[in-house]
Design a protein around this ligand. Structure first.
Ligand SMILES: C[S@@+](CC[C@H](N)C(=O)[O-])C[C@H]1O[C@@H](n2cnc3c(N)ncnc32)[C@H](O)[C@@H]1O
Length: 369
């Protein structure tokens, strides 16, 4: 056995170890280079994606695919060369599949980019183009000066994007639709998970178009819910609530949660995708305001994407945080689980518990003793 082992070791070290190491290095380097390319070309790949969405290419292929380039060109009224460029980008990014001469959706584009899919994020793609894409040009200034330098891309002189959106009803509608698309899946997970059997009146602070309040009111038939948001958003919420036939139990009350008292009689104050918008100081002040407003046994609920406690990810936190700094408010980011928990405890809440949900989302619930 001994001579055989020695012979194998000699063979490995003399002839195989170096080529194997080189192959391994090349594979790892290639993976890193590809990742860099995706980052480096992110703006181009994003606009390629958005062009496909605007042309409704994904819906066409989901319905009628696989199709040849000629067939796609005829259906969409496009010249061959620009279409060829578009298709090359979408295939290289893994958003379309090419077999022989025919193109088809991949699983992910069928799920998310076909306008008829219940999981579509097409309004969110448009919001990225109309808001994030333009505003993020100013990230260097935002980082240097710790302010939302990209806000200058939007009409008005108010300090946050949310206020400025009121000047542009079309953009505000896209924003709310995008939030709904983004939130609908995550909020459904949350509505299934959270126990509101003992809550009588839930106030959804910054509740947007009411998607959340509607889902929760449906899940808990005894529950009364109030969306607390700006006047223009409350109008959108009221229409949405009425369309779902819930106007008797779900209402929308306009207000500013920093300036105005919370709507009366809440025993649960909920903040979905909201604490990420503001500075730690404002979030902590809001938690203190919640503590003062809630009755004993009342609950505060935070729900949004979370940053890992060791501050290494996930990608969703790394994508969302620069938007809050550069455009939305100049002060927010996706904070870690631990930060939210410590702020809640410092505000006087007990039984603070965290629940990990799909899509990098988390729920943190505290109870007023
Ligand atoms: C990121 S969206 C979240 C919407 C919703 N909660 C969801 O999960 O989809 C933030 C919402 O907070 C609202 N908002 C911003 N500042 C506010 C304030 N000071 N008081 C109340 N609502 C506010 C915005 O109008 C917007 O609808």
């Amino acid at each position: 056995m001994q001579p055989l082992r020695h012979a194998t070791e000699r063979l490995w070290s003399r002839y195989l170890a170096v080529p194997f190491k080189r192959l391994l290095e090349r594979t790892v380097q290639r993976r890193h280079a590809e990742r860099l390319y995706l980052v480096f070309g992110g703006h181009i790949f994003f606009e390629t994606l958005r062009t496909g969405v605007q042309l409704d290419l994904f819906s066409l292929l989901a319905r009628e695919g696989p199709l040849t380039r000629k067939e796609i060109g005829e259906r969409l009224g496009l010249e061959d060369q620009p279409l060829r460029i578009l298709l090359l980008g979408l295939v290289a990014c893994g958003l379309l599949r090419k077999r022989g001469a025919r193109y088809a959706c991949t699983w992910v584009s069928r799920q998310l980019l076909d306008r008829h899919s219940p999981r579509k994020i097409t309004a969110y793609v448009e919001l990225q183009h109309r808001v994030m894409y333009k505003g993020m040009y100013w990230m260097l200034e935002a980082v240097r000066e710790f302010r939302n330098a990209g806000l200058k891309e939007f009409a008005g002189d108010e300090p946050t994007l949310y206020q400025r959106l009121a000047h542009d009803p079309e953009l505000e509608a896209i924003f709310q639709e995008a939030m709904q698309e983004l939130s609908v899946q995550a909020n459904e997970d949350m509505a299934r998970f959270i126990d509101l059997s003992r809550v009588r009146h839930l106030v959804d602070v910054g509740g947007g178009d009411g998607t959340n309040a509607i889902a929760l009111a449906r899940r808990w038939p005894h529950l009364r819910a109030t969306v607390f948001d700006s006047p223009t958003v409350c109008e959108i919420a009221r229409e949405h609530i009425a369309r779902h036939g819930l106007s008797d139990r779900v209402q929308a009350v306009p207000g500013d949660c920093f300036e105005d008292p919370f709507p009366e009689g809440a025993d649960c104050l909920m903040f979905c995708h909201f604490f990420t918008i503001w500075s730690p100081e404002k979030d902590r002040a809001l938690l203190e305001k919640c503590h003062a407003a809630l009755p004993p046994g009342g609950q505060v609920v935070l729900f949004n994407m979370m940053q890992d406690d060791d501050e290494t990810g996930p990608l969703s936190a790394a994508v969302g945080s620069p938007y809050f700094l550069t455009i939305a408010t100049g002060e927010g980011m996706l904070y870690t689980w631990r930060e939210y928990e410590s702020w809640m405890k410092a505000a006087g809440f007990s039984q603070v518990a965290r629940y990990r949900l799909p899509r990098d989302h988390g729920l943190i619930i505290g109870t007023r003793p």
